[in-house]
Design a protein around this ligand. Structure first.
Ligand SMILES: [Fe+2]
Length: 384
């Protein structure tokens, strides 16, 4: 166990099917009068704005809705949303959507409160004061961004992802309403679910793992192994959707306290250059990342395998770990996700550059096994 660890418990989490329609009570608790909503066009087209607006009605005025968020939030998006929120004199930000709208809203509340530009806040603990209140309402079960201290925003000019982490970035309240995830298409359900699994597994083996995040990570892995297939293939199954939303949130709390590793490092490097969904990339990379890290933390990979449903009785650790990794890849395959980088049109010729970018990614800092650029090129070639 770590000699020292910190586990944050700042965000409040509320869960209930249909909770979005009761948002007004939370808005009132935050003493907000002018709510500004950040969403994306897909969320609006799916009709998910309606229950949120109905929930706020009579409790606060909705002074603006910004729905121009792309699949990967960018500096230009955050700047545009901030201008709109500032002009509307918003005193509460409500993010409705997946990781991109939630991270956009996090960026927005920094600029709204502190001014300046996002790059000046890059890194850890550069934000040291409370920000405009924020409620996060996830419509996917994957990023966990509703309960994390992290935001990832793309710098389109420099083709890289800017990571920001501060405890003040944590939304004040996370509203978990599984009814909002019922219409998420199978492919996105699968990709976001595998993102959540990568959060749970990476945080469980990270150099910052601790007993609190461990318990959430293992529970999350168990739930995802048992419910992701149902959520993908029977999207209207409210029980499967509820379980996945809880697992995603639990994994979010785990990784917000214990951080990431080689899977997110490679995923961020590729995602900054190729328009492939973050969860899809993580799903491809995860089994190879596990293979790479397993030799330095075999007992942890045995626990992961057990949580994935692998039978451990009378078998060697090596066999159990191999089955655990295979179970993760089989879950991705059963959910219809691609298994190799070539399947998502990453050119083989790009691998050396991607290895060079991955090795300096911030997420590598907490990976349990040190990796050289050559190690990562080797890994990239295996998953290609
Ligand atoms: Fe992720």
């Amino acid at each position: 166990m770590q000699e020292f660890f910190e586990f944050g418990l700042r965000a409040r989490v509320q869960y209930k099917a249909g909770l979005a329609r009761e948002l007004g009570a939370l808005v009132q608790e935050l003493a907000a009068e002018r709510a500004f909503i950040v969403a994306d066009k897909g969320v609006v087209a799916a009709g998910l704005l309606e229950p949120v607006l109905a929930g706020i009605e009579g409790f606060a005025e909705v002074v603006g809705i910004y729905d121009n968020v792309p699949p990967n939030s960018s500096l230009a998006t955050v700047n545009e949303a901030t201008e709109a929120a500032r002009a509307a004199r918003a005193d509460l930000i409500i993010a409705l959507g997946g990781g991109s709208p939630i991270d956009t809203a996090k960026g927005l509340r920094i600029l709204l409160t502190l001014g300046g530009e996002i790059p000046q806040y890059e890194g850890y603990n550069t934000i040291i004061q409370p920000l405009t209140p924020m409620i996060a309402v996830p419509t996917t079960a994957g990023t966990g961004s509703e309960v994390t201290v992290v935001a990832v925003i793309k710098d389109e000019d420099e083709n890289r992802k800017i990571s920001l982490a501060s405890r003040y970035l944590m939304p004040d309240i996370a509203v978990l309403d599984p009814e909002l995830t019922l219409t998420l298409p199978p492919r996105l359900t699968a990709a976001t679910g595998m993102d959540a699994l990568s959060h749970a597994i990476e945080s469980y083996v990270s150099t910052e793992n601790n007993p609190f995040s461990d318990s959430l990570a293992l529970a999350s892995i168990d739930i995802i192994a048992n419910h992701l297939r149902d959520a993908v293939h029977h999207g209207s199954n409210l029980e499967a959707r509820s379980q996945m939303l809880l697992a995603s949130c639990m994994a979010g709390v785990a990784c917000s306290n214990s951080w990431f590793g080689v899977v997110h490092a490679i995923s961020h490097a590729i995602g900054a250059h190729y328009p492939v969904h973050h969860g899809t990339l993580n799903s491809i990379i995860l089994p190879y990342g596990m293979q790479f890290n397993a030799p330095v933390a075999p007992e942890r990979y045995v626990r992961i395998a057990r949580a994935m449903g692998v039978n451990t009785g009378g078998r060697s650790d090596e066999e159990v770990i191999a089955d655990g990794i295979a179970a993760v890849q089989k879950l991705a395959a059963d959910c219809g996700l691609p298994l190799r980088l070539r399947d998502v049109e990453i050119p083989e010729s790009a691998l050396p550059e991607l290895a060079a970018l991955s090795v300096v990614e911030a997420a590598m800092f907490w990976n349990p096994r040190d990796a050289t650029e050559e190690d990562l090129l080797n890994l990239l070639q295996q998953m290609w």
